[in-house]
Structures are given as C-alpha cells and as structure tokens.
Design a protein around this ligand. Sequence first.
Ligand SMILES: NC(=O)c1ccc[n+]([C@@H]2O[C@H](COP(=O)([O-])OP(=O)(O)OC[C@H]3O[C@@H](n4cnc5c(N)ncnc54)[C@H](O)[C@@H]3O)[C@@H](O)[C@H]2O)c1
Length: 261
Amino acid sequence: MSLAGKVAIITGAARGIGYAVAKRFVVDGAKVILADLDEKAGLVAEEQLRELGDATFVHCNVAERLDVRNLVAEALDTYGEIDVLVNNAGIVAGGDFLTLKEEDFDTVMSVNIKGAFLCSQTVAKHFVEKVENGGVPGCIINMSSINSVVAIPEQVGYCVSKGAMNQLTKVSALSLAPYGIRVNGIGPGSINTELMAAVNSDETKRKRVLSRTPMGRVGEPSEIAGIAAFLASADASYITGQTIFADGGRLPLNYTVPVES
Ligand SMILES: NC(=O)c1ccc[n+]([C@@H]2O[C@H](COP(=O)([O-])OP(=O)(O)OC[C@H]3O[C@@H](n4cnc5c(N)ncnc54)[C@H](O)[C@@H]3O)[C@@H](O)[C@H]2O)c1
C-alpha cells in the first residue's frame, strides 16, 4: 500500500490510462478524485472503484479555470487535502499541417497543455501552503507522450502540446523544487485505449505501429499506471523534472522491425 492515505486528483480518469491510474492508486491505498468532462463514464468509473476503495467523481473541463478551481475545492471539501495531481486529460484532433483549422489547434492546446498548466498552478498553490504550514510536499505527474519528441505529421496540435508538456514538467519542477514538491512526466508509446481504437482496429495502421515497436505489442494502461504509482510514491523521492518513456523500445529504434501477421 505504497500510497496509503494519500489523496490524488487524476484528470481524464473516466476511462483509458486515467482510469487505470485511478484504479492502481485506489488499490495502493489512495483516495482518488476522478476528474473528467464525461459525467456518465465518470460516474460509472466512480461506482467501479468504490468496490475497491475510496473514489469520488467530479465533473471538470480542465481547460476552464473556474472548473479547475471548483475541482480543487471539491477535493479539499471531500478529503481535506491533496497529495498528488495527475494531469492526464488529453485529446487529439488530426489534420494536415497546411489546412489545419485554427480552432482545432486551439482546442487541443487548451485541453492538453493549458489544462495541465491550470491544474498544476492551482494545486501547486495548495501544496506550497501545505509545506509552509509544516506539511508533507505533494507531487505532480504529467501525462506526456513519445510524440513529445518524435512527431506525426497529421497531429500538429497533439505533438506540439506534448512537447510543451515536457517543458511544463521541467519548468514547474524547478519552480517547486525548493519546497520539496516533485514534478515528473510519463511518455507512453502506443497504449491500448479508446484514443488508440482507430489504430488498433485497422490492420494497416496496427502493423505500422508494430513495425516501430521492438517489443512487438502495444502497451496496456496498467503498465502506465505502475509508473505513475512509482512516481507518486516515496521510492521516487529524489526524482524531479524527468519524463519516463514507456514505449516498448520505440524511441531508441532506427529503421523498423519485422511484423508477424
Ligand atoms: N493511448 C495512447 O496510446 C497514449 C499514448 C501516449 C500518450 N497518451 C496520453 O495519455 C492520456 C490519456 O489517454 P487515453 O488513451 O487514456 O485517452 P482516452 O481518450 O481513452 O481518455 C481520455 C479521457 O480524458 C477525458 N477528457 C477529455 N477532455 C477533457 C477535458 N477537457 N477535461 C477533463 N477531461 C477530459 C475524456 O473524457 C476521457 O475520459 C492523454 O493525455 C494522452 O495524450 C495516450
């Protein structure tokens, strides 16, 4: 129970990687706030996780400052404190670079990077206050992507936002280090969630992904959740400003690997 008694806010926790992180945190003894735009799926997630431990859904659009303020207030009302923030909510909007609409770029940036900034800043203010009152420093985990360092031409906003996420991790880690507050990122490769559904269900796209994946398979959300649990735990007490990539070997790969059908 490495997270026993800790209170964690996890954004985008109604499904996919966010839900897996929430589940792992609950199993490890944490009380979790599931923050998501999708109320229906969020309430289902809350019900499922309450069978394992303590979980509360809060409706929140991370791109909206007032929603984020309300999220933090609800977390404090419900559990009295916050120890961990996982900035996981993220979206994609595909389009060719030359014709991509301004609003599609803005939408992705507002959720993926402005949302992470708003949540980080609001929660960090609480963390700093806690430290100044003699409390234990909290930590922040940012869900980045391998697309923060490699790129997909038709995912302009997504790649740019994830590159920015790595810098948000570094900037906030440096700003908060004097308080003992740690900030780290996770950079998943291809993970088996609804976000990846279009790729997983199309044989050509699936083979293209696997030809770039030396381990020969996509990852499971639980494999990302394990890294989040480690980064949130005392075992990671001297790690800050880092992004850990979990991609089945994709980033070190030059050329491609053969794919069995
Ligand atoms: N699945 C992958 O292969 C993969 C790879 C690298 C990085 N990631 C990152 O992991 C994170 C989670 O991805 P996933 O695959 O689980 O996605 P997903 O689409 O399965 O789930 C994302 C969740 O975020 C919620 N959400 C979307 N916009 C929101 C907003 N404005 N405010 C609050 N919640 C919002 C959605 O309702 C959904 O529940 C994202 O940041 C994504 O970029 C995923």
